[in-house]
Design a binder for this molecule. Structure first.
Ligand SMILES: C[S@@+](CC[C@H](N)C(=O)[O-])C[C@H]1O[C@@H](n2cnc3c(N)ncnc32)[C@H](O)[C@@H]1O
Length: 460
């Protein structure tokens, strides 16, 4: 049996307690009211409507609960019933249908009354919340629209009435109102009775976690829209094993970024924002004291190299990246005051790299490529590092100790965008072995990502 929801129903004896409960749970804790009548108050969690809490007056007559009662939503009520009967559970109310709601009740071993229900009426339209969460595209698109229009930014500065939001974002007033209402429904915004909108606690995460989370990846509109479109078309990648991005936009992801400056700048800003959150940890968790020269291969906009050079004033750096990104990196490195300690080399990591440095860093690079290409990049690093140098690979491993949904979603996105892939630690080590590199040490960065140091394998 599959449980998709759980909510306690709490009996309330004092008549005026309902008002006090509402004030406590709604006004203070931010729960939302789903149903309110004289005898029933049904609430949903502020951040997640799947958190449910129901109160029921005991003096309302009828079948009111005597003690706390649990309501368990299941996907298949008949199967749940058959299973509980087979196990000898005490069924205290037989299977019954009341409108769209089917239920039965059992007593659990602790004596708690458990009502088992399938779809409650409110859920029939729109289907199960669990399936809706997996299939709905409207809410993610509405959040993107609010970010792209600048609604989130404006609301972060203060609560604003809808007409003013429409004017300041250059939006169609009626259409924007509809967007705002859906976002209230999703728990991202709140609206007061005067029609003034504000960010909810969840909505505030869109600002507060901007550089630490996926939210950075919603900005700016151009490149993140293309990346979303590629993910929408992932079925092509599943059928063929190929990236779908070139099929949609006529050229590879990296060529696309190079040919439209806004796309390239947008991607560098998104990537730089993400790397900025881990760069200080990479700078701190590896022993840079014996390193004189570091080459950041595919170093992006220079975010990581800036951090390394600032944290370790003895270091000299080289950044290799495609020409348009190299130009951006050069400007960033100069602005950060470390331009005199580094060289920026526009070029490809499929070509020979500047040789003789102590460390070659590949940060968030290998997962953009399939095994053959990743091997070619590693080979260039190994050649340039020679027997003395080291290759440092920073990436999120496929077997990172996080919810598998996090790593597997990135893995699928890499497939759709570049035919890239996430790799387990072992897969990375196997790939490195093909170019004569052996793992020497591994650090876990930010609890999940991995910094693996490779050296030339000892000759057999
Ligand atoms: C996912 S980003 C990672 C950037 C940076 N290392 C970081 O961790 O923030 C991948 C980088 O590889 C660069 N890149 C793609 N193809 C390249 C190539 N053939 N040669 C050099 N750099 C390349 C991109 O321009 C981009 O900066």
């Amino acid at each position: 049996m599959t449980v998709i929801g759980l909510r306690p129903t709490i009996p309330v004896e004092r008549p005026d307690a309902m008002r006090e409960l509402r004030a406590f749970y709604v006004d203070v804790l931010g729960f939302r009211v789903l149903t309110e009548s004289g005898s029933v108050l049904r609430l949903a969690g502020p951040a997640d409507p799947r958190f449910r809490l129901d109160f029921q007056r005991t003096d309302g007559g009828g079948a009111t609960p005597r003690g706390v009662q649990l309501t368990v939503d299941v996907l298949d009520l008949d199967r749940a019933h058959a299973e509980l009967v087979r196990r000898g559970a005490t069924i205290v109310r037989p299977l019954a249908t009341e409108g769209l709601r089917r239920s039965f009740a059992v007593v659990d071993p602790a004596g708690l009354l458990v009502e088992v229900v399938s779809e409650d009426p409110a859920r029939v339209f729109g289907g199960s919340p669990v399936l809706r969460r997996l299939t709905d595209l409207v809410a993610p698109c509405a959040v993107r629209a609010a970010v792209w229009l600048g609604v989130v930014e404006l609301l972060a500065a203060g609560a604003t009435p809808a007409p003013e939001l429409a004017e300041r974002t250059g939006s169609h007033p009626d259409a924007l109102g509809r967007l705002l209402r859906h976002l209230v429904g999703c728990g991202v915004l709140v609206e007061d009775p005067a029609g003034v909108f504000a960010l909810s606690d969840v909505g505030r995460l869109l600002r507060e976690e901007a550089s630490a989370s996926r939210v950075d990846w919603l900005m700016p509109e151009g490149i993140s829209t293309r990346m979303d479109q590629a993910v929408l078309a992932v079925v092509h990648s599943i059928r063929t094993g190929e990236a779908v991005y070139p099929r949609l936009f006529g050229r590879s992801f990296w060529k696309d970024l190079a040919s439209e400056p806004d796309l390239g700048e947008g991607f560098n800003a998104m990537m730089g924002g993400t790397t900025a959150t881990v760069a200080p940890r990479i700078a701190a968790c590896y022993d840079w004291s014996a390193v004189a020269q570091v080459v950041d291969v595919g170093g992006g906009d220079g975010t990581l190299l800036i951090e390394l050079l600032r944290a370790h004033p003895h270091l000299l750096g080289t950044l290799v990246d495609l020409p348009h990104t190299a130009t951006a990196a050069r400007a960033n490195l100069a602005r950060a005051g470390v331009g005199d300690r580094c060289v920026v080399v526009p070029g490809s990591f499929f070509d020979p790299l500047p040789s003789g440095a102590d460390v070659y860093v590949l940060s968030n690079v290998l997962h953009d490529w399939d095994d053959l290409e990743a091997e070619r990049i590693l080979r260039r690093c190994a050649e340039a590092a020679g027997r003395r140098g080291r290759v440092l690979v920073y990436d999120l491993p496929l077997d990172a100790p996080v919810e598998p949904e996090l790593t597997t979603r990135l893995d699928l996105a890499m497939l759709a965008l570049f035919a890239g892939r996430l790799r387990t630690g072992q897969e990375l080590a196997r790939l490195a072995a093909t170019v004569g590199l052996a793992p020497a040490s591994t650090q876990v960065v930010a609890g999940v990502a991995q910094l693996t140091e490779f050296t030339a394998a000892s000759p057999a």
